[in-house]
Design a protein around this ligand. Sequence first.
Ligand SMILES: CCCCCCCCCCCCC/C=C/[C@@H](O)[C@H](COP(=O)(O)O)NC(=O)CCCCCCCCCCCCCCC
Length: 216
Amino acid sequence: MAVALEDLKFTLQEVLDTFKSCLSEHKEVFLEHYVAGWRGLVRFMNCLGSVFSFISKDAVNKIQILVNHLNGENGAHYVTIQSMVKYELDSQLVDLTKRGSFPESGCRTLLRLHRALRWLELFLERLQTSTEDSNTSVMCSEAYNESLAQHHAWIIRKAAGTAFWALPGRATFFDVMNVGSPEQVMAVLGDTLPLISEVYQVTEDLYAQNNILELP
Ligand SMILES: CCCCCCCCCCCCC/C=C/[C@@H](O)[C@H](COP(=O)(O)O)NC(=O)CCCCCCCCCCCCCCC
């Protein structure tokens, strides 16, 4: 029952709001909220059709790895992304140069979602400046080519590129977002984009400082 009610009041606004609660006043990123934000995004993507299920499967898999860390016996080290990075690096729990003993480290797993967050940022920026006749598939693939694609093998790029053509048009896309009129969609985007960008940038800086932006 609780789940059904939650589904009923689902709107993209809430998902985007979750990203707002990610940052502490000291600019630490709470992993629990970060993961909750991703859960919501995946839920949204699932509403767009089954051609995206290979993408959501991978995202769900990665979300689950992080949740397992959070709920595991060392969960206290996983409260923020900052504490996770410190803990895993100090304890040598990360494969730094090639895949080996730690294929499910929090650091490498989160890095994949982090790169996808850049795609989201670029895509939402495009949506925000789009007009009625803008093409969502084009916006999506441009955002992808500028971000995630650079980290994907060609077979994945090909599959992703094909899926993007199945995206609904802008009007339907806005309906699925379920935040109201196009003007309200724009307002939500205007509110939220800076926060997503900030979460992205804080994470990017942290990974750069620790030299872990290219984890295998
Ligand atoms: C709205 C349409 C959704 C477009 C989604 C764009 C992202 C396309 C990503 C294609 C990933 C294909 C699946 C496989 C990926 C993995 O190979 C690859 C590498 O992992 P590995 O190092 O463990 O092997 N994984 C990844 O890069 C992580 C991908 C995570 C993708 C999450 C995408 C969530 C999208 C949420 C859409 C929400 C839209 C909201 C708009 C208002």
